[in-house]
Design a protein around this ligand. Sequence first.
Ligand code: ATP
Length: 250
Amino acid sequence: MALLKVTDLQVYYGVIQAIKGISFEVNAGEVIALIGANGAGKTTILHAITGLVPVKSGSIEFEVPKTGMNDKDIVTETVNLRKTPAHKIVSLGMAHVPEGRRIFSQLTVLENLKMGAYTRNDKEEMEQTLKKVYKRFPRLEERKNQVAGTLSGGEQQMLAMGRALMSHPRIILMDEPSMGLSPILVEEIFDIIKEISKSGTTVLLVEQNAKKALSIANRAYVLETGNIVLEGDAKELMNDESVKKAYLGE
Ligand code: ATP
C-alpha cells in the first residue's frame, strides 16, 4: 500500500467545487509533484490532506507504524486522515510547509524551530534533530537569535522547511517553495528538497515552477480546474508536448 493514498477527493468552497474527484498516491521514498496553473486546486489538495479545509467526499489514507509493536517487526496500519484532527496529523509523521511560509515573524529563528517540534516530548531527541536542521541550513544556525520577520525571503523559506523537519516527519508536504525567490535561491531550495528526499523523507511538492518540480520529482500529476488531466513519470512528462507547451514555456 502507498504511504499516502487519496481516492476520489472532492472539496467545495460554498457551492464552488474546487476539487472534482481526484485520486493519486505517494509511495514511501518518492518525490511527487502536483503541477498546474494558478487556481487549479493544488493548495486546496494539501489543505484537505492536513485537515485545514473540509472534505466533501473521498478518502485520504496514510500509512503509519503501528504502536506498541516489537521494533523488529515493521507493522503498519492505515489511518483515514479525514477522521483525524489537524493537530494530530503532525504527530502521525506528516509535516506541511505552507504557501507563503507562515513563519512566526515576531519570534526568533530558534523559537520558530522549536514550535515545529511541539509534538515531541523527548528533549534530547529534539536537540539531535535541531543539530541536523542546523547542519542542513547553516544560515539558520548563524541567525538563530534573529527575529524571523527580518529574514530574507529565501531564509524564511529555509526556516519554514526547517520547522517542518523538526517534527521528524515521514512525509513533508511543500506548497510553492520557490514562490518569490530569485533563480539562485530557487536552485538552492530545490537542492535542499533533493537532500531531504535522499535522507529518507517522502516529499509531496506543489509547484507552479513545473520545470524545476519535474526535474527533481519521480512522478507527477498535472491539475487543471480541480481535475487531474495527466499523470506519469516526471521525465516523460517533461518531454510531453502538451506539458511543454502549457507548463514549461516551450
Ligand atoms: P495557487 O497556486 O494560486 O494557490 P492552486 O492551484 O493552489 O493555486 P487553490 O488555491 O487550491 O489553487 O484554489 C483552487 C480554487 O478554489 C480556485 O478557483 C480558488 O479561487 C478557489 N478557492 C481557494 N480558496 C478559496 C476560499 N477560501 N474560498 C473560496 N474559494 C477558494
